[in-house]
Design a protein around this ligand. Structure first.
Ligand code: ZN
Length: 248
């Protein structure tokens, strides 16, 4: 080969190598880019899917409790005093204790259900009271409309309790929470045999903690009882929650 030919050959060879080199560089870049996008896109979709599945399963379990959760939920009986039996105390304008008790008992039921409790709303002589088993039973009553000047509430449990510690705790929870919510004074001096020997205490299972509350006097405490029944019910529900979920 002449020098000129050799020179041209080298030049062509160099160009070819340059082209090959740039082509392989381009190929490397393209492959790399494809690998990069391949390694990103599908796993991220899969990750999103699995996150979504986790969220939806977590969401469904918290919104719709399984049977196990329901079986573990506290069970409470709320007696609407005098319901299905008689009107109880009466005011001259026709306002009855039974009517007030039912309003309060239904609101207590609603509040406790919202907290996940199983609530049995019971009548005064409800057939379910016989051997009734639950975490607690509270009977809701109100005091006479014929005692001028009397104001306040009180709570009692059965005298000869089979579970005095538990029932004392239920009574003290109701006293404290109801008092804090309504600001009504305590009126323990008017606790009668009708409360401590309340018929339902004899009917329910001896190991179901029971209490009866007289929420106030229908004459002097009328404003609170008629205008703020939701607050009154909150006091009772808070007493139940205090007892069931811990407390003094
Ligand atoms: Zn009553």
């Amino acid at each position: 080969m002449s020098v000129a030919i050799r020179h041209r050959a080298l030049l062509v060879g160099g160009r070819v190598m340059l082209i090959v080199a740039s082509a392989s560089l381009l190929a490397a870049v393209l492959i790399g880019a494809r690998l990069f996008s391949a390694s990103r896109a599908p796993p991220s979709t899969a990750a999103e899917q699995s996150t979504a599945e986790n969220e939806s399963s977590a969401g469904s379990s918290s919104l719709a409790p399984s049977d196990d959760v329901l079986a573990d939920a506290p069970r409470v009986g709320i007696v609407a005093g005098h319901a299905g039996y008689d009107p109880g105390a009466m005011c001259s304008d026709g306002w009855s204790e039974a009517e007030l008790n039912m309003t309060l008992a239904q609101e207590v039921e609603r509040l406790l259900q919202r907290r996940g409790y199983q609530v049995d709303l019971l009548e005064e002589y409800d057939a379910q009271l016989s051997g009734y088993r639950a975490d607690a039973l509270v009977s809701v009553h109100a005091d006479s409309c014929e005692v001028p000047g009397a104001t306040g509430f009180k709570v009692a449990r059965v005298t000869d309790s089979a579970i005095p510690q538990a029932e004392d705790r239920l009574v003290s929870c109701l006293y404290e929470e109801y008092e804090a919510m309504t600001r009504l004074p305590r009126h323990p001096s008017s606790i009668t045999d009708n409360m401590t020997n309340y018929h339902a205490f004899r009917e329910i299972d001896h190991y179901t903690p029971g209490a009866i509350i007289e929420v106030g006097f229908m004459l002097n405490d009328r404003d609170l009882l008629t205008k703020r029944p939701k607050l009154v019910a909150r006091g009772i529900a808070a007493g139940v929650v205090c007892f069931v979920e811990g407390g003094p």
